[in-house]
Design a binder for this molecule. Structure first.
Ligand code: BGC
Length: 369
């Protein structure tokens, strides 16, 4: 859910942030008031909790290791947990509650279900713990201090634009026939990606230049529960049988991430049909290979190394009693408030710019040679 609030509201949010930094004078910034008890901030070897969702894509696997090592290098103790594969919500709720009990000073959360954590984050706040929403916003609660992510609305816009660019490169003029997929409904990002993509695609759908073959345009009809590959493959299988028999061509598929993109391509191949333009996200190894082989059309680079490093920078600022760097105070409304955000720019990657995009990534760069 991304809403653009009025200018006055945005301005007052900035003013509030400025006030809270101003209130924190230099003597307090070092985290030690001279009495032994940190006035603001907290001890440099404190416990930092990191609650991640289940491992639904490579970025989450990577994030866990990066947090464990990065927090250790920064001198903190860490407790990094993943929600299990099936009872994700209950797992994550219990993990966050345990972090509160153990006395964490900051809890970084990649929410498994955006709307189901209000009780736990309130308990964290009541205990004086800072709550940072990581990659996925936590909704319907005042108890989120910061949001740190690649700009996920922008991710959706880039995906919508890539879909159009890819289809135009194959067939210069429309109408183009597409199918739309979105992520798990409990992940707030799923709607953000979809809205971003529709921001680009809807005007063309309204004009008739882009046709959704099945007519399934609503986010609810396109959702894939749990971001599961098998769910995407099944939905694609049924779309192919319901809509793409009798020689009807499918030009493109909006896929919100790489896991689903590969499942969609598997389905199309199994049906013996030509591969349409398929978008993705996450720069997963198998998808980068697929892009280089000319199958998947695009992915998004949201470099997890950068996002984790910036999150640890934020934790360090909080430790020192400083206000962390925020670069957006208007875009991400969680239903209760606009959450002060630090947003990084996502990068669209196709075969054309893969070598350049992954030049600094030792894992992906060799795949582009
Ligand atoms: C992340 C994506 C990821 C998806 C599934 C989203 O919240 O932003 O990068 O593909 O979760 O794991």
């Amino acid at each position: 859910m991304r809403k653009f609030l009025t200018r006055s509201l945005a301005v007052s949010a900035v003013a509030l942030l400025a006030l809270s930094s101003a209130a924190c004078g230099d003597s307090e910034r070092d985290g030690d008031s001279g009495t032994g008890a940190p006035a603001k901030g907290f001890a440099a070897d404190s416990l930092i909790g990191v609650a991640l969702p289940s491992k639904t894509s490579e970025n989450w696997v990577l994030a866990g290791d990066l947090f464990t090592n990065g927090l250790k290098d920064a001198g903190f103790k860490s407790d990094v947990q993943y929600a299990g594969a099936s009872t994700t919500v209950a797992d994550q709720q219990a993990q966050i509650s345990a972090m509160v009990t153990k006395g964490a000073k900051v809890i970084v959360i990649g929410a498994t279900d955006a709307a189901q954590l209000s009780t736990q984050v309130k308990a964290a706040h009541d205990a004086g713990i800072k709550v940072v929403a990581y990659d996925r916003l936590i909704t319907n609660t005042p108890d989120v201090d910061y949001y740190i992510a690649f700009d996920n609305f922008k991710v959706g816009q880039l995906q919508g634009q890539a879909l159009l660019d890819g289809m135009k490169a194959k067939k210069a003029t429309g109408p183009w026939t597409v199918e739309l997929f979105s992520g798990s409904p409990d992940d707030n990002n799923a709607g953000v990606f979809f809205n971003g993509a529709m921001d680009v695609l809807k005007p063309l759908i309204d004009k008739g230049d882009v046709i959704v073959g099945s007519g399934q345009k609503d986010v609810k009809q396109t959702a894939i529960q749990g971001w599961k590959a098998e769910g995407a493959q099944q939905r694609m299988d049924s779309l192919l049988t319901s809509t793409y028999t009798a020689g009807k061509t499918l030009d493109g598929v909006l896929s919100p991430n790489d896991t689903l993109a590969r499942a969609i391509i598997t389905s199309v191949k199994a049906a013996g049909k030509p591969i349409p333009v398929v978008t993705g996200q996450d720069s997963e190894v198998e998808s980068v290979k697929s892009i280089m082989a000319g199958e998947q059309y695009s992915t998004i680079n949201k470099d997890t190394r950068k996002l984790v490093a910036e999150t640890i920078t934020m934790v360090k600022a909080l430790q020192a009693g400083n206000e962390p760097t925020i670069n957006d105070t208007k875009s991400y409304n969680n239903g209760v408030k606009v959450v002060p955000s630090y947003l990084l720019p996502p990068v669209i990657v196709t075969k054309a710019n893969a070598a350049e995009a992954y030049a600094n990534d030792p894992k992906l760069s060799p795949l582009t040679k």
